[in-house]
Design a protein around this ligand. Structure first.
Ligand code: SF4
Length: 110
């Protein structure tokens, strides 16, 4: 994949992108076309994830994808929907106060 969008902007280019395993793949493997059937999308995303699984800069790619506004496509071995779930989980965790469990606030003087 030629890393698109932000990646093509030389000012925002990151060095890790030079080592991306998706360099030789078309962007159509990583980005959903309009009106893609669910079963086709699932197959395409799995194929993209297989490329990501062998990518030496997967962590950097995922961090980049999650560092700003929601981005489309498969990045760092995750789909847009998976990153949205991760984002919601992080928000929920951040909303919890320290010392407070999921079942309620910790009792400090008990
Ligand atoms: S993790 Fe996937 S999308 Fe990101 S640079 Fe590597 S191959 Fe490309």
């Amino acid at each position: 994949m030629r890393l698109l969008l932000l990646h093509d902007d030389p000012v925002r280019r990151h060095q890790w992108q030079d080592r991306a395993a998706c360099h030789d793949y078309g962007s159509d493997l990583f980005f959903e076309p309009d009106n893609e059937l669910r079963v086709v999308r699932a197959r395409r995303e799995q194929a993209a994830k297989r490329v990501c699984a062998a990518c030496p800069v997967r962590a950097e790619c995922l961090r980049f994808a999650e560092s700003g506004p929601e981005v489309f496509g498969v990045w760092g071995g995750t789909t847009q929907r998976e990153r949205a779930v991760r984002r919601r989980r992080r928000k929920r965790r951040a909303a919890r106060r320290p010392g407070e469990s999921a079942s309620g606030p910790a009792r400090l003087n008990a």
